[in-house]
Unconditional design. Structure first.
Ligand code: SF4
Ligand code: SF4
Length: 444
């Protein structure tokens, strides 16, 4: 299949990055790529989603990545995977899992799934600051994305999501659930009650967001639903409002530099120094332009907040605020050359075992077995038109229309956008600016 044909199939199936920002996958495929890297790092603690997909369908993951590889005319697929994951899957460094695909083992450190870190760890290439992976001949796709690409080749759209349901619950598990099903109905079907004094995260303990389980839905980007106590460091850091942190920072930050010393992107030689950005934040952009501009290089991994700061400052929160302001002003940092990693890098990587203890989730890390498709019973689905990067999907159905499972209900808009399919059959009961509501014909 040539590149245009594959892009069309991926676009028609509504495939987006299944973890992270949810960038539409067909938009990622550009010429001059020599290597497809599959992100199998499963970076955050407590998550077993990608591990389970590989355990069940490694052949489909490799086939999806190889379809991309062949369409791009790239020579190889490198699957970047942690050593312990590979051991459980009985794979070793260089193991062939497809005609073009081999495994590259990586240490169990956080955040190995940051694609800039992943590319360096798997290929030894440093993406120039502010540039895309394509600048070093690489495209990165997540395990579940590769699985979805393989489905798209057979005309199967994205209507299911693989998720880990875990944290402080008796039996963590991995399930397949319908896209945009209600979180509360997932918990009901799984027999889970959220205990008093706990929060629910969409995502991992470091980068996940606190959600309201009574109102939230599982999106195409959801990798996990974690139930965690609200008094552990990972959650406390999320509960402090950014506005309060911004006021506190100038008096609390002692400029010790620890946040910078441990920053994974600083360690790759990026000109990203959170202690300097914190010092400059709140000052006019013209006074320290570089210290603010380089905040656009921050991945939001949270290591600086969760592992470095002993003054109760949350550098990653401030970085996110500065980034937001930069984006609004269309300002960013971009270099043309690769940087040179810090010679201390290997000594400063954060082992996941210490990370888990430090953020208070070690006691909740139990293997989450695969329990198959969860029978979620709900009578109304709200299919979100914006659950990917870029422009919202454009509805192609109207109120009153009958729909069947897998039918496209919204197409991709021009530019960066993605299509949307209904996971259930029924009748369209409403089309709004934010969602398409489907009343299910047969619940359960
Ligand atoms: S680690 Fe904390 S106190 Fe030290 S420079 Fe960073 S934000 Fe400031
Ligand atoms: S969140 Fe902190 S540690 Fe992570 S990339 Fe940004 S500044 Fe660096």
């Amino acid at each position: 299949m040539n590149l245009d044909e594959l892009k069309e199939k991926i676009k028609a199936a509504g495939v987006i990055g299944a973890g992270g920002a949810g960038f539409p996958t067909h938009m990622k495929l550009a010429p001059d790529i020599d290597t497809v890297v599959v992100n199998a790092a499963e970076c955050e603690p407590l998550l077993y989603t990608d591990f389970t997909i590989m355990q069940q369908y490694m052949d489909k993951v490799a086939a999806g990545a190889e379809a991309v590889c062949q369409a791009l005319g790239a020579g190889r697929v490198v699957i970047g995977m942690k050593e312990h994951t590979a051991a459980k899957l009985m794979l070793e460094d260089g193991a062939k899992v497809g005609r073009l695909s081999s495994v590259k083992l990586m240490p169990d450190v956080y955040p190995m799934g940051d694609e800039i870190v992943l590319i360096y760890q798997t290929l030894g290439r440093v993406v120039p600051p502010g540039q895309l992976p394509s600048s070093v001949g690489v495209v990165v796709i997540n395990v579940e994305t590769a699985y979805n690409v393989n489905n798209s080749v057979s005309g199967i759209p994205v209507t299911e999501k693989w998720i880990t349901v875990g944290g402080d619950i008796p039996s963590p598990a991995v399930f397949r659930v319908p896209v945009n099903c209600n979180v509360k109905d997932v918990f009901k079907a799984a027999g889970i009650t959220v205990p008093e004094g706990h929060v629910v995260l969409d995502g991992g303990p470091a980068m996940g967001n606190i959600i309201n389980p009574d109102a939230a839905v599982v999106t195409k980007k959801t990798k996990s639903l974690l139930i965690l106590p609200d008094n552990i460091p990972a959650v406390i850091a999320k509960l402090i409002p950014a506005s309060r942190m911004i006021i506190r920072t100038p008096s609390a930050c002692c400029q010790c530099f620890h946040c910078t010393e441990i920053c994974p992107r600083y360690l790759l030689g990026y000109p990203l120094e959170p202690h300097k950005t914190l010092r400059a934040a709140g000052i006019e952009m013209t006074e320290h332009p570089e210290d603010l501009r380089t905040a656009s290089l921050c991945s939001g991994c949270g290591v600086c907040t969760l592992m470095a700061c002993c003054q109760g400052v949350s550098p990653s929160v401030i970085m996110a605020e500065v980034k937001k302001n930069l984006r609004a002003k269309k300002i960013g940092y971009r270099a043309s050359e690769s940087t040179v990693p810090n010679i201390e890098r290997d000594n400063r990587l954060v082992p996941v075992d210490s990370f888990k203890k430090h953020i208070g989730v070690d006691k909740f890390d139990r293997a989450a077995p695969y329990k198959g498709k969860l029978k979620v019973k709900q009578s109304i689905y709200k299919l979100m038109l914006s659950q990917h990067a870029g422009k919202p999907s454009v509805p192609v159905v109207k109120a009153g229309d009958g729909v069947s499972p897998g039918q496209m209900v919204a197409r991709a808009d021009s530019g960066i956008s993605a299509a949307l399919h209904t996971p259930v059959g029924g009748r369209v009961s409403a089309v709004t600016g934010s969602h398409i509501e489907i009343t299910v014909s047969e619940v359960g």
